[in-house]
Design a protein. Structure first.
Length: 341
């Protein structure tokens, strides 16, 4: 590895790039001044491209170390996790980019990566940003919960499990009337109680059948959700009665039939996505600032894995830090221990 004394120096240099938000050229300069490596920005770009698989494998290993089971709960399906995040480059005139990506379970392989501007039509979180294969099972959060997106998946003969946003994804009953979400949810009073209802999504003249699955949260989870809503109100955003009610449940819309997955299995599938989403949330906070290498898809994917690796590594360091005394070592109590007044 020309310019790098070891694998460690290569990893440290890559993490300087993805973690500090420096450009490739800035990273090369800082790494040389710190005595970590001595390479050009072009060489660093090539090493970043070559490190995609390596970084992905380390992310997978850290997730498994956390106890996350990456194996899909429904066999015979290619399960894909979809998400998007916004990257703001440093500086007053720094541009913003929305990164759309898809990860395949259980390998976390990034099989789709789109870099788009945050301005203009059709750049938000939409299923239309992706292409699906017949039999794919897509897991996505509420940002993708809208009728055109559901139609895009169904037309490509794939299925979806998506967190329900009742405002952007209206549901209907068999008779064509709006599904009475509030009254149905009010019947679920006990924490951990699951339920499901047959529902339809209307897209122009098309009616797509599906199921709405629900589980009531614990008291502690409801309390935390209520605090988030209060914070949202303090920031000047409106919070209506339906939003408050839905915050007490996990609501997942799916096009999977009952013969393919039970209510519990649908919710478990989404729970798998949520376990990884916790790391994605940290990823998004770390990715808030930084130079995304926009040269090609390969280097961009490696950049994404580097960000996710930093997020997972941060979580691991936090867990380890909780077991360490503030001064860095443990004090064992012995017979010679004296109490001072």
């Amino acid at each position: 590895m020309r310019g790098f004394s070891s694998i460690e120096s290569l990893l440290r240099t890559l993490l300087l790039h993805v973690g500090c938000g420096w450009s490739l050229r800035e990273t090369a300069v800082h790494a040389k001044l710190a005595g970590v490596s001595s390479v050009s920005d072009v060489t660093l770009l090539n090493r970043l491209r070559d490190s995609e698989g390596w970084l992905r494998q380390m992310c997978e290993q850290l997730l498994r170390e956390q106890g996350v089971d990456l194996s899909p709960k429904i066999q015979g399906r290619r399960v894909r996790l979809l998400d998007a995040t916004v990257v703001s480059e440093p500086g007053k005139t720094g541009s913003q980019w929305r990164v759309h990506y898809s990860l395949v379970l259980p390998t976390l392989e990034c099989d789709h990566f789109v870099l788009a501007s945050t301005a203009g039509a059709g750049v938000a979180e939409r299923f239309g940003q992706f292409r699906f294969s017949s039999g794919d099972l897509v897991l996505a959060d509420a940002g993708y919960s809208n009728p055109p997106g559901i139609l895009a998946i169904v037309e490509q003969h794939a299925d979806v499990c998506v967190r329900l946003n009742p405002h952007s994804l209206p549901l209907y009953g068999a008779g064509g009337k709006r599904f009475r979400l509030s009254s149905e949810l009010s019947e679920i009073a006990s924490a951990g109680t699951v339920a499901e209802w047959p529902v339809w999504v209307h897209v122009k003249e098309r009616k797509i059948s599906g199921r709405l699955t629900a589980i009531r949260k614990s008291k502690e989870a409801i309390r935390r959700a209520d605090l988030r809503l209060k914070d949202k109100q303090q920031r000047g955003k409106s919070v209506g009665p339906l939003t408050r009610l839905c915050a007490q449940y996990v609501l997942v819309f799916t096009t999977l039939g009952t013969e393919q997955a039970s209510t519990e299995k649908v919710l478990e599938m989404y729970r798998l996505r949520w376990q990884i989403e916790l790391s994605f949330k940290r990823l998004k906070s770390i990715a808030d600032l930084g130079h995304l290498p926009k040269y090609d898809e390969r280097s961009s994917r490696a950049w994404l894995y580097g960000k996710l690796f930093l997020a997972l590594l941060t979580e691991k360091m936090t867990r380890v830090a909780r077991t360490i005394s503030p001064w860095g070592y443990r004090i064992e109590k012995t017979q010679n221990t004296k109490q001072m007044a």
